[in-house]
Design a protein around this ligand. Structure first.
Ligand SMILES: [Zn+2]
Length: 244
């Protein structure tokens, strides 16, 4: 399973897609723009285990703001949306207002459509992400990907009912280990975030869930088999919620 993967952006994407479709029970391919969603949906052969979702990545929000209308339209015919969100880090802070306008529109549209499952980027912006979700009850389900906020923000996200998708690269930092240790055991699912997420100079692959289970078992102090079972259960529950 992989609940957040930029499969279309790997070198040799078709090959990676074929292998993910074969090895994974489920792969969520998040795109970074509405046009990329349309192009990727056309370019890759249909595979029942690979879900492709339209998104508008906060890092390119200022370049793709004109595609917002297209995204809101695409959202009518999909169950999941991503990658969307906010990025308040210094490099993207200058475009924060446009990011915020887009994210709010996406959350509002999700509520208007009766709920969607969102894969959300929240780097240095957790508080605003949670505020925008909270302001649009009925938006559906939020999956915070590679959560990197504070312990207090993690607590607030848990209270709001958010899910968390995490991958092996998250355990490279002490704060990533501390945060994953504190995540609710029943609301964590595996992700790769490849090819952006790298380890040892190589992109993390969509079939890295066993590695995530291994690393989680260390911070949760549970046998790796029990963690693998938990993740499998969580994945099934989230997919049931998503309707995919
Ligand atoms: Zn991503």
């Amino acid at each position: 399973m992989d609940f957040h993967c930029h499969l279309d952006l790997y070198p040799g994407a078709r090959e990676v897609h074929r292998e993910a479709a074969h090895r994974n029970e489920f792969t969520w391919l998040v795109t970074t723009s509405p046009k990329a969603f349309a192009a990727t949906s056309r370019a890759l052969p249909a595979a029942p285990s690979v879900l492709i979702s339209p998104g508008l990545h906060p890092e390119i929000a200022h370049e793709r703001a004109a595609e917002l209308g297209m995204l809101l339209e695409q959202m009518a015919s999909v169950k999941a949306v991503g990658e969307v969100g906010l990025d308040g880090s210094p490099r993207f802070r200058p475009h924060y207002e446009v990011q915020r306008r887009i994210f709010r529109a996406v959350v509002a549209r999700s509520a208007e459509l009766g709920g969607r499952t969102l894969s959300i980027h929240s780097r240095r912006a957790v508080r605003d992400v949670l505020a925008d979700l909270d302001a649009h009850r009925g938006y559906g389900t939020a999956v915070l990907h590679w959560f990197s906020g504070s312990n207090l923000e993690l607590k607030a996200a848990k209270e709001l009912g958010c899910w968390f998708s995490i991958g092996p690269a998250m355990f490279e930092s002490a704060s990533g280990r501390t945060l994953s240790a504190a995540m609710p055991h029943d609301r964590v699912v595996p992700e790769s975030d490849g090819p952006f997420a790298q380890m040892g100079g190589r992109p993390v692959m969509p079939w890295s869930a066993p590695e995530t289970a291994q690393r989680l078992s260390e911070v949760w102090n549970l046998p790796v088999g029990a963690v693998a079972d938990l993740l499998a259960n969580n994945g099934a529950n989230l997919r049931r919620t998503m309707g995919v």
